[in-house]
Design a protein around this ligand. Structure first.
Ligand SMILES: [Zn+2]
Length: 276
């Protein structure tokens, strides 16, 4: 009987959460950075009293607005550390099921720069924060129908394999707005959402920010640190593991550990290896 009652409560909670109001309005109380530091200094752009300019989101970090491809910010220097506020977030999916994690996929010999979340074709995908749509595009061999949104907190979020996009480039969106429908377009087997979080084009594990199984933010703030960030290297013709290690000032052992490969692993041209 208790389990039935509990089940009903759970369903009620889930329906409530589905509306995403809980996630948007309530901030978890204490300040807990994911990687504990001496103290989190909340920078001026996160000042709660400051007006948010959704026309120019995160202009403190990104010098320009363009609808160009997601990874290209090579000429913009990364700050040593960056405090990302999770304030006002909304979980992008109702689904809590992660079907593929961030990181190296040994079966395909490449990095997976996002999280895969099980959704059905037609399921609503929501904006994770307020922001402005930077890219709304179709990529047949990659993300399929996908969106990139830039947010005032400095993050860019990417939503891939959609069956339909509901917003256009330069649209302003709010956290929880439906932005697309789940699907199976592009390089995808089975309907799912491919979700990425990036800072100046640098992918970070979305699981550091969003706790999908529990439908909540991991913490109030995430502190991104340049010196501990992940660095990737694309294998070129003639490369060896030793050569790649030397070029990137690391060791073969470290590369093997980071990528889950052995010293004798065959590396292929075009393969992406994590080197830090
Ligand atoms: Zn994926």
């Amino acid at each position: 009987m208790y389990s039935r009652l509990f089940g009903r409560i759970l369903i009620a909670v889930m329906i409530f959460r589905t509306a995403c109001l809980a996630a948007q309005d309530v901030m978890p109380a204490p300040v807990i950075p994911v990687k504990p530091m001496d103290a989190v200094t909340v920078p001026a752009h996160l000042n709660p009293g400051m007006a948010v300019d959704l026309d120019n989101p995160a202009s403190f970090l990104y010098p320009e607005w363009s609808n160009e491809y997601v990874h290209k910010f090579d000429d913009v220097p990364l700050p040593d550390s960056l405090v990302i506020s999770m304030k006002g977030y909304c979980m992008p999916t109702d689904s809590t099921r992660i079907t593929d994690r961030y990181g190296y996929r040994s079966n395909r010999g490449r990095q997976h720069f996002g999280l895969d979340i099980k959704v059905l074709t037609g399921d609503t995908i929501r904006a994770a924060f307020d922001g402005k749509v930077r890219i709304s595009r179709y990529e047949r061999r990659g993300y399929g129908h996908y969106l990139v949104i830039r947010h005032p907190n400095g993050l860019e979020t990417l939503y891939g394999h959609l069956s339909k996009k509901l917003v256009s480039e330069n649209d302003i969106v709010h956290a929880g707005d439906p932005i697309g429908l789940g699907g199976n377009t592009g390089r995808s087997t089975g309907s799912h959402l491919h979700f990425e979080t990036r800072i100046l084009g640098n992918a970070i594990n979305p699981a550091y920010l969003f706790d999908f199984p529990n439908r909540k933010a991991v913490a109030d703030y995430y502190v991104y640190q340049k010196n501990t960030r992940e660095i990737y290297y694309k294998v070129r013709k003639g490369d060896t593991l030793i050569g790649i290690a030397m070029k990137n000032e690391t060791s073969v052992a470290n590369i093997c550990k980071l990528n889950g490969i052995s010293r004798n692993a065959v590396i292929k041209v075009g393969q992406t290896l994590r080197v830090n």
